[in-house]
Every structure is written in C-alpha cells, then in structure tokens.
Design a protein around this ligand. Sequence first.
Ligand code: UGA
Ligand code: MN
Length: 251
Amino acid sequence: PTIFAITPTYSRLEQKADLTRLCQTFRLVENVHWILVEDSINKTALVKRLVTNCKVPCAHLNAVTPSTFKNVPGKRKLPRGVAQRNAALTWIRDHVDPKEVQGVVYFADDDNTYDVRIFEEMRYTKVVSVWPVGLIAGGKFESPMVKDGKVVGWIFYVGAHRRFPIDMASFAFNVQLLFSHLKAEFKYTVPSGTQESTILEGLNVTMSDMEPKANNCTEILVWHTRTQSTSLINQPKLQEKFKTVNFDLEV
Ligand code: UGA
Ligand code: MN
C-alpha cells in the first residue's frame, strides 16, 4: 500500500530547513506519495526547487488560507492547515483510483520528527490506526489507552470537549474511506482543537475501529517537535562587519 503523506507548509525563515528534513525522512520510506501544499497564492520558487531535488514522488499544490482565518498575533488561535489539507484530500479524490490503489492517508506536518518505522506501522491500516505522539501539550507524550489490544480511551491533558482528543500526527486511515465519505473534510467553523475529530467524524470512524500501533502504543515513533523561530537580530551587524559578502543567499 502507498502512503499518501499530506503536508501543509508556509513561507518562513525555517521552512527550507524543516522541509529538507522531512523530504530526507521520506527518502527512507518505500512507496510514499508526498502531497505538499503551500499556504500561498502561488507556488514559490523555493519549494519548487526543493520538490525537484527531493527525489520523492510529490504532488506540489497550493491553497491559501482565507484572510479571515489567518492568525493575528494576540488574537484567538485559529486552526492551521485547514485549506491545505482539504486541497490535498480533493487531489486524492481526483487523482487516485480507489479500485486500483491501496493506500493510507497521513497528515505529516512539516516540523514534526518522524521515525521511519511509523510509516511501516501505518501502512497496513484497515480503517484507522492510532499511536502515541511524544513531546506534546506540555507533557512527555499523549497516547491512546490500550487494554487487551483494543483502544479504550485517551491519555491527554487538555481538551476534554473533543470526541477524539488526539493530535494530527497520531493517526492514519485507509484511503478507501475518502471515497466512501466524499464530504469528509476539515472545517474552520469548529471549536479550536477539534480538527482531528472533525475529519474522523466525517469518515464515520468509531473507537472500536481504531487499530493500536507502535507495539500496542508503548513506543514513541513520532514527536510533536516545533522549530524555534530564528530572530535575525545580529544580521545588520554581520553585514556591517562583512561589507563585501553577498548575504543574499537562499537559507
Ligand atoms: C498543532 C497540530 O499538531 C497541528 O496539526 C494543527 O494544525 C495545529 O496545532 C493547529 O493549531 O491547527 P502546531 O505545531 O501548533 O500544531 O502547528 P504548526 O506546525 O505551526 O502548523 C501545522 C501545519 O500547518 C504545519 O505543517 C505548518 O507548516 C502549516 N501551516 C502553519 C500553514 O500551512 N500555514 C500557517 O499559516 C501556519
Ligand atoms: Mn507543528
């Protein structure tokens, strides 16, 4: 089965570093189809070059976040990646023939850290697979609670209003579900923290469908790392010090 890995991405100083790491992770994975969706009006030259050099089969798309749903500093935290992940779901529905292709869909954000073994765990998902995510929500990990090989609940700290209190990185589902539930999508209009529940509810998934992976959820194979944003505080002084150096390089 093919892994359809969906990654929203947006322009920032650390974008190339994050995408380089992700691309090189995918290079180590067999039969992965990367769907990389830029949050931009046009595809950027930087990401185009990265995709070309990356040697991983990739659909490079763009879908801009509507301005009303862009996060403003100091305001309520709006969900990220909604328009981009929806564009990727549409791409799969338009380009994948469910009679021909076996596969699984995974939402792989560009700044997380992935052990390549997580992709083999998710590859044979019948309906929905779940597993723990490390370094998240101010704790060591969040995880499905497993009893006798079955998911019976969730280990998490905040957000009890959620039907499935899990992170985007903690589940994958069989691609066939996208074709049996044509309306399943992400939504801006749901309470914060409920994007994962929204898509899983749209796919009509229940807890008894959940297949625990990563040795019955006892191994951490993905981490919700977040790349520190770089301040260019010393850049003017650096350029002052090295007046003849061309600092206009792509970083
Ligand atoms: C958490 C979850 O792990 C995400 O899956 C969820 O989308 C996000 O919260 C949310 O608030 O909606 P977090 O690390 O806070 O993750 O979010 P980011 O990693 O900054 O963003 C998630 C994805 O959306 C990334 O792949 C990022 O590149 C992309 N993104 C972010 C955009 O496409 N546009 C933006 O303006 C911001
Ligand atoms: Mn993140």
